[in-house]
Unconditional design. Structure first.
Length: 454
């Protein structure tokens, strides 16, 4: 091998040194960055501060407004006090004017006719003027009643529940159920509609048609399987401005003042057609207890019915005083309605999305007369402890008399209902009942867990 190849070939090695650090320049760069960061933060804070109100409106979810209904019993007491005060004032005025009135009495032997003749002013009423009621007057009354019904139609709607059914050749078809609805509240966010739960439960879609025939979709806010009442929610954003100007919320009246002979107007689905207006009178008022956990006052009218009615009963002021209601125990062929005042607490709870507490009895009040005649303790007599209901599961039986709940004395169905409505589903109520044992009643205690009926 040649000597050159044996010699090592050196390579050039270069070492690169780092550039000296310029501390002054580095400090200036850091200071500059800090100034820009602070400036950016100040600008960002200012922008967020100025945009905060709009951002809240854009992104914050508005809280659900609480729906409340005044207690009619309190209103009645207030009205009674006002009437009593007015009567006292009138008596005071009469007493104060006693002397003056005595002076105005004609002297003995002078008749009222003589006094009128002396004054020279006597109003003679003709036979035609005395005949104050004829067909024209009757027609005028009817026209005014229908005008009340037409105005109330602004708060009436038609509710349609749509489900999927099976058609010919195993095809899928739509099945619908209809009910009348009542607009009971409105705000910027939504409209609340009261309707029959049977038309809107277990359905695929719910549609609401307003008085001007505009149709929008709705959702169930809450419903009660016992009273068969449902409250729907319709987004206000889905309703056109034209419709908003045509509709209004109903006023739920005080049905505690309704008496036989009162003129009423029925609205809703009747005789297979919607948006009907029928007029008539209250002929009788009945108390029934066919629904569980409550008794109801029912208004019986002279308005013809076919048993499929659904809607509202209003008074001559256009206020809702009843919900149309049919039951096998009631007279058939005439329209009947449940008192709205006794349903207001249920409507209020459903409107706020709350469930209705369920006990599960059909009961009646043991009055003083019944207690003395049949030697039964005063309280709520259980006509039926409903199968698989909370009351039966706790051990209550037909024939028991509930006398106490959570330490509160129970004497009437109203006492029972008020105590139950103070609770929520899954609450536990301590119940004392008297149970017949031979010829005597003995105390029975149990705890009932409140449920929900759907």
């Amino acid at each position: 091998m040649p000597e050159k190849e044996k010699q090592e070939q050196p390579f050039i090695k270069e070492k690169i040194k780092n550039k000296p650090l310029n501390k002054k320049k580095l400090l200036l760069k850091g200071a500059e960055t800090t100034v820009f960061a602070v400036l950016f933060g100040v600008v960002a804070c200012f922008v967020f501060y100025m945009m905060q109100p709009k951002m809240k409106r854009w992104f914050a979810e508005e809280p659900q407004e609480v729906f409340t209904i005044p207690d009619d019993t309190q209103q009645e007491d207030t009205r009674a006090e006002a009437e009593s005060s007015a009567a006292e004032d009138e008596d005071t005025k009469t007493d104060a004017a006693g002397d003056t009135a005595a002076e105005d009495v004609p002297p003995s032997g002078q008749t009222a006719a003589d006094e009128t003749e002396a004054g020279g002013q006597e109003t003679v009423q003709t036979e035609e003027e005395r005949q104050t009621f004829d067909l024209a007057a009757y027609q005028k009354i009817q026209d005014e009643l229908y005008a009340v019904g037409a105005e109330a139609g602004r708060f009436m709607v038609t509710v349609t529940g749509i489900t999927d059914g099976e058609g010919l050749f195993d095809t899928i078809s739509e099945a619908t159920g209809q009910a009348a609805g009542i607009i009971i509240a409105s705000n910027r966010k939504e409209f609340l509609i009261l309707t029959d739960a049977r038309a809107v439960t277990d359905v695929r879609e719910i549609r609401v048609a307003f008085v001007n025939h505009e149709v929008v979709n709705a959702e169930i806010r809450q419903y009660d399987g016992n009273t068969r009442i449902a409250v729907l929610s319709v987004p206000a954003s889905e309703v056109s401005d034209v419709t908003k100007r045509r509709i209004e919320a109903a006023e739920l009246g005080n049905s505690l003042t309704v008496k036989p002979g009162k003129i009423v107007v029925a609205l809703g689905l009747m005789f297979g057609s919607s948006q009907n207006v029928l007029t008539g009178n209250i002929t009788a008022i009945s108390d029934i207890a066919t629904l569980q956990d409550r008794s109801h006052t029912v208004f019986i009218t002279d308005i013809a019915a076919d048993g499929r009615e659904n809607g509202a009963l209003i008074n001559t002021d256009g206020e809702v005083v009843g919900l149309l209601f049919q039951d096998a125990s009631l007279p058939q062929g005439v329209l009947t309605a449940v008192s709205i005042s006794e349903l207001k607490e249920v409507i209020e709870r459903l409107s706020n999305g709350q469930e209705i507490p369920y006990f599960g009895i059909v009961g009646s009040t043991v009055t003083d007369a019944i207690s003395e005649e049949y030697d039964v303790p005063k309280g709520v007599y259980i006509k039926e402890a409903v199968m698989d209901a909370p009351a039966m599961e706790a051990g209550l039986q037909n024939g028991d008399v509930i006398v106490e709940m959570d330490g509160q004395e129970i004497l009437t169905m109203d006492d029972f209902r008020r105590c139950l409505m103070e609770h929520s589903p899954e609450d536990r109520i301590k119940v004392k009942a008297d149970r017949q044992n031979g010829e005597k009643y003995r105390e029975y205690s149990c705890t009932v867990e409140v449920g929900v009926l759907k």
